[in-house]
Design a protein around this ligand. Structure first.
Ligand code: ADP
Ligand code: MG
Ligand code: MG
Length: 204
C-alpha cells in the first residue's frame, strides 16, 4: 500500500480523536514528572491541526505534513510543540515531491524526523522522551519490507511502556532525577497515539 493525501489527513484526524479522548490521561502523566499541561498542549495543537488540514485542498503529502508541523509549532506552548513540529517538518521535507508515500519513502522520512528531533532538543535515546517511542518504531520499520499496522502499534506500545523504567535526563522531567523513574513519559504516550492512529490508517 501507499499512503495518499487522504490517508495522511485521516492519520491526523484519528490522532486528534485519541489525543482529545485521552487529554486528561496525558495531563495526569505530566503531573508527577512535569508541569501538568501535556494533555492540554497536545489537545490544543491537534485540534488546530485538524481545523487547518480539513479546510485545505492538497496535491501532495508533503504539503499536508508541512501544515501539521507549522500548526504544532505555532499553536503549542511548551517543549512538545516545537519538538513534534520538527518531527513532521523533517518528514515533510524528506518526502517532498511525492504524491503518495510508499513504505520505503515513509521509513526514510521517519528516520529523518527522528534525527531532526534529536538535533532540535539535543537529546538521544534513553533520556525518557518521545524519542524513546519514535526511534524504536523507526528501527522496527527498517527491519521490515511493508506496512504492518499491528506490528507498528505493538512496537510503539512496548516502547512507551519501557519509558517507565528510564530516568529522565532531558526536559522538565529531568528536574525530578531518580523520582522520574516509575512513570511513563507523557510525550512517549502521545507518540503512541500518533502511531496507533497510523496503524489504523494502514489497516484501513
Ligand atoms: P513542557 O515540558 O514544556 O511543559 P509538554 O508537557 O507539552 O511540554 O511536553 C513534555 C514532553 O516533551 C516530554 O514528555 C518529552 O517526551 C518531550 N520532550 C521534552 N524535552 C525534550 C527533548 N529535549 N527532546 C525530545 N523530547 C522532549
Ligand atoms: Mg508539561
Ligand atoms: Mg509546560
Amino acid at each position: 500500500m501507499e499512503l495518499q493525501v487522504k490517508d495522511i489527513i485521516q492519520w491526523f484526524e484519528l490522532t486528534n480523536e485519541k489525543i482529545q479522548a485521552n487529554k486528561d490521561y496525558l495531563t495526569s502523566l505530566d503531573q508527577p514528572i512535569g508541569d501538568g499541561d501535556h494533555g492540554i498542549n497536545m489537545a490544543r495543537g491537534f485540534k488546530e491541526v485538524v481545523n487547518k488540514i480539513s479546510t485545505q485542498d492538497y496535491e501532495n503529502v508533503a504539503d499536508v505534513l508541512k501544515d501539521v508541523a507549522m500548526t504544532l509549532m505555532s499553536k503549542v506552548g511548551g517543549a512538545s510543540g516545537p519538538i513534534f513540529g520538527t518531527a513532521f517538518l523533517k518528514l515533510s521535507i524528506a518526502v517532498k515531491g511525492s504524491d503518495s508515500l510508499n513504505f520505503e519513502t515513509f521509513t526514510k522520512g521517519l528516520e529523518e524526523a527522528v534525527n531532526g528531533v534529536k538535533q532540535r532538543g539535543k537529546a538521544t535515546e534513553g533520556e525518557k522522551t518521545m524519542i524513546d517511542v519514535w526511534s524504536p518504531v523507526v528501527d522496527y520499520l527498517k527491519s521490515e519490507k511493508d506496512f504492518q499496522g499491528d506490528q507498528i502499534r505493538k512496537t510503539a506500545k512496548q516502547a512507551m511502556e519501557n519509558t517507565k523504567e528510564i530516568m529522565a535526563t532531558k526536559g522538565r522531567a529531568s528536574y525530578f532525577k531518580e523520582k522520574s523513574i516509575g512513570h511513563i513519559d507523557p510525550g512517549a504516550a502521545s507518540s503512541f497515539y500518533i502511531f496507533e492512529a497510523l496503524a489504523e490508517v494502514i489497516k484501513g
